[in-house]
Design a protein around this ligand. Structure first.
Ligand SMILES: Cc1ncc(COP(=O)(O)O)c(C=O)c1O
Length: 375
């Protein structure tokens, strides 16, 4: 690819930080883990943070630690990465897919409330593409119905709702650091919570069920190896030091795309500003409008890729995935999800994307969305 869809932003200081760990005897469960946990907790304003091997591992342990189990229903978007529903199935819980709002592509609070039943145990809310969901309303629905709330912040490090960073308002928040994220650890994740009991349960579960008071071969409960290595943590610490510059550059890139593509009637562009929220830009996703349908979208993706420009559909709804065709999951009216997902198109988006590359992407896209270009 001349211009990939995504690319990590690794600097010399990141490499030196990782190499530094390799010169020590502690490669796991050491000082870098503690430092990274403290750094993320401080950054998002959470009381406790527990480093884990991925965002998915963090979501899974959050579900376990909240006592969500067989037959419990959890309301979740289908317009999301598949892990948000998989982690429920790992525990025998039932994903209940609710529809989204077209403007922000986040869970629609009205649809959440309509999906609540006596079996509902929790809401798993995703801050889609780094734009915070309607948190106040969602937390209020949860309070009224005595539900837990998990914030999936895997795409939203640094995003804010009412001036507070996402992740620290619900029962638990989960971050992910895969290489396409705002900061990366290669693979890695972080669970944040204000509840010390929950934090210590997650801490034990990530380490084979070994509680702080257990010795190395004592396991209080069934756990997992969801640990994150010291090398991953050193990379995360180093990257987090640049977070303000990273977020600013990503916001600038989103602004430049909008400047270039504004006025094109066949495209609906992502909203740059949403009341009460600060977006932490994860991806720049445009939606085709009017007569352009999924067939055009899929053709454009293919043609952009053929021209060396990374481009992808983002997201494919979970309820339409083969892995969910006979899965125990519930849904009610996912019309917005299906419509928006069929027309969504992610453009190259990463810190080091240069202005002339943005011009090249937009030039090619505009050429391809001419009314009869695919015929
Ligand atoms: C919204 C969301 N949740 C969960 C995940 C899973 O994170 P990971 O890939 O670190 O397991 C992702 C990943 O990319 C994501 O975008």
């Amino acid at each position: 690819m001349n211009i990939p869809l995504s690319a990590p932003d690794i600097r010399e200081e990141d490499i030196a930080a990782v190499a530094g760990v390799l010169r020590t005897p502690r490669l796991s469960l050491g000082p870098k883990l503690e430092e990274f946990e403290r750094a993320i907790a401080g950054y998002v304003g959470a009381g406790h943070a527990v480093g884990v091997s991925s965002g998915t591992a963090g979501l899974h342990l959050s579900v376990r630690a909240l006592g969500i189990g067989p037959g419990d229903e959890v309301i979740v978007p289908s317009f999301a990465f598949i892990a948000v529903a998989n982690v429920l199935r790992y525990e025998g819980a039932i994903p209940v897919f609710a529809d989204i709002e077209p403007a922000t592509l986040n869970l629609d609070p009205g649809r959440i409330e309509a999906a609540v039943t006596p079996r509902t145990k929790a809401i798993l809310v995703v801050h889609t593409f780094g734009c915070p969901a309607e948190l106040s309303e969602i937390l209020e629905i949860a309070r009224r119905h005595h539900l837990c709330v998990i914030e999936d912040c895997c795409e939203a490090l640094g995003a804010e709702y009412d001036g507070r960073k996402v992740g620290a308002r619900a029962d638990v928040g989960v971050f992910g650091f895969y290489p396409n994220k705002q900061i990366t650890t290669g693979e890695g994740g972080m669970v944040v919570t204000g509840d010390p009991r929950l934090a210590s349960v997650v801490r034990a579960l990530r380490n084979h069920g070994r509680a702080d008071s257990d010795d190395w071969f004592q396991h209080s409960e069934l756990g997992y190896n969801y640990r994150i290595s010291e090398m991953n943590c050193a990379l995360g610490i180093s990257q987090l030091k640049r977070i303000e510059a990273i977020l600013a550059r990503r916001e600038e890139i989103a602004g430049k795309y909008t400047e270039k593509l504004r006025g094109n009637e066949t495209l609906r562009l992502p909203t740059l500003a949403v009341p009460r929220r600060k977006i932490s830009w994860f991806v720049y996703v445009v939606r085709l409008s009017g007569s352009l349908s999924q067939i055009h979208r899929d053709w454009i993706v293919k043609e952009m890729n053929r021209r060396g420009i990374g481009c992808g559909r983002y997201f494919a709804p979970i309820h339409l995935q083969p892995a969910y065709q006979s899965a125990p999951a519930l849904q009610s009216g996912l019309g917005v999800t299906e419509y928006e997902a069929s027309r969504a198109l992610a453009l190259p988006f990463f810190n080091r994307l240069r202005d002339e590359q943005i011009d090249e992407v937009c030039g090619n896209l505009c050429e391809l969305i001419q009314p009869d270009s695919s015929s």
